[in-house]
Design a protein around this ligand. Structure first.
Ligand SMILES: *Cc1c(COP(=O)(O)O)cnc(C)c1O
Length: 362
């Protein structure tokens, strides 16, 4: 028996196979995989799917999710992907073995917290090689690494970078080589090994497969390619992976034939937009129990090619089902494949039920 709607169905066995495939591909290039769980809110079904896949770390940007990972139980090291805020320092040391950092003020606070807790905290120092999101600007990396190395509670494990997220800059042999050279400079200046070089996210996989990734890059942090099986540079299917890994399921709560153009004088909709409409004549329209509170409708692709998402208000998703491939009535479930953004939203909505679609093979 399936759970209530709206719900997310997680095909854990397919995600398991995706993770194994990507770990294999990376191993062939001397790269270890930190699996990134944030887009599924570190759901236990995902964590189980990642068991026995060869990943070497569990990574997430949110402490709430790292807490979930701790509660589910893991023997793998954990990596915090976003620098912690002032109020999160102690939790970061408690929940993450390593964190990505760029600010000395934060690393000093992490060091103090680690000393208080009688432990040590690992850091990967992020360098900005062009995407203009996080990372120390290269001209003062050596200074930051040298200062961090002197902190009593901190182990500087290596350097990292992140690309293709804000500026859309693609990973290249040039920017990866720059990262390696910067590591070498910092290594010379400090005498530290700085053995971990974390080159980026799913967007680095095409460069790796082309054979142009410098051999010193030995870690990638991979979320979307494992969970949705996509090449994040163009959203094409990633070789060796399955894309049908997650489905968003809603159910029809109203079914009526109506014209496709609203009647009367129109003004702003509920979200301050002036919407234009295409006249397709009278159509069979289903209202599904999903809305913008759960997901932006642009993040949903109907699985039935005969369904068209017309729009959504906070709680009502309107789907043209005139050409539905199977019969529809009140209560019929309507399924969608989520984009990355659609998955992030539905996975973090407390109004959406989540379940493993198939038992994880043991
Ligand atoms: C989210 C995130 C990743 C994973 O990105 P994907 O595109 O899902 O592979 C890697 N690194 C950092 C710092 C992130 O925030």
């Amino acid at each position: 028996m399936n759970g209530p709607t709206p719900r997310l169905e997680i095909f854990a066995d397919r995600i398991h196979d995706n993770a194994r495939a990507i770990v294999h591909q990376c191993a062939d290039h001397g790269i270890q995989v930190a699996a990134v769980t944030k887009v599924l809110h570190a759901h236990p079904a995902l964590l189980r799917a990642l068991d026995d896949t060869g990943i070497t770390m569990l990574a997430d940007s949110r402490l709430q999710n790292l807490r979930r990972i701790a509660e589910t139980g893991t023997s793998l090291p954990t990596l915090l992907l976003r620098a912690p805020g002032r109020h999160d320092i102690d939790a970061a040391v408690q929940l993450a073995d390593i964190s990505l950092n760029s600010s000395l003020i934060t690393m000093t606070a992490l060091s103090d917290a680690a000393v208080r807790a009688g432990t040590r905290h690992g850091v990967i120092i992020m360098v900005d090689v062009g995407d203009l999101r996080e990372g120390v600007w290269p001209d003062h990396l050596v200074e930051v690494v040298s200062a961090a190395a002197k902190l009593p509670g901190i182990d500087v494990r290596g350097v990292g970078t992140n690309l293709a997220c804000y500026g859309g800059v693609q990973p290249s042999a040039e920017n990866m080589t720059r990262l390696v050279q910067l590591r070498d400079l910092a290594r010379e200046a400090t005498g530290l090994e700085l053995g971990l070089i974390s080159g980026g996210n799913s967007a680095n996989l095409p460069l790796m497969m082309s054979g142009d990734m410098p051999s010193e890059i030995n870690n990638l942090r991979i979320g979307e390619a494992i969970i949705l099986g996509r090449n994040t540079l163009d959203r094409s299917p990633w070789p060796g992976t399955c894309q049908d890994t997650i489905q968003v399921v809603s159910e029809i709560i109203e079914l009526e034939r109506k014209p496709s153009i609203p009647l009367g004088r129109t003004g702003e909709d509920a979200f301050g937009q002036h919407v234009t409409f295409t006249d397709r004549g009278v159509r069979l329209r289903a209202i599904c129990n999903l809305g913008r509170q759960d997901v932006n409708p642009s993040g949903l692709t109907p699985i039935d090619p005969g369904h068209i998402v017309l729009g959504a208000s906070s709680d009502h998703l309107i789907v043209d089902v005139t050409d539905s491939g199977s019969p529809v009535e009140i209560g019929t479930e309507v399924r969608f494949r989520p984009t990355y953004a659609g998955l992030l939203a539905t996975a973090t909505s407390s109004a959406v039920w989540k379940e493993a679609a198939t038992p994880h093979r043991l």
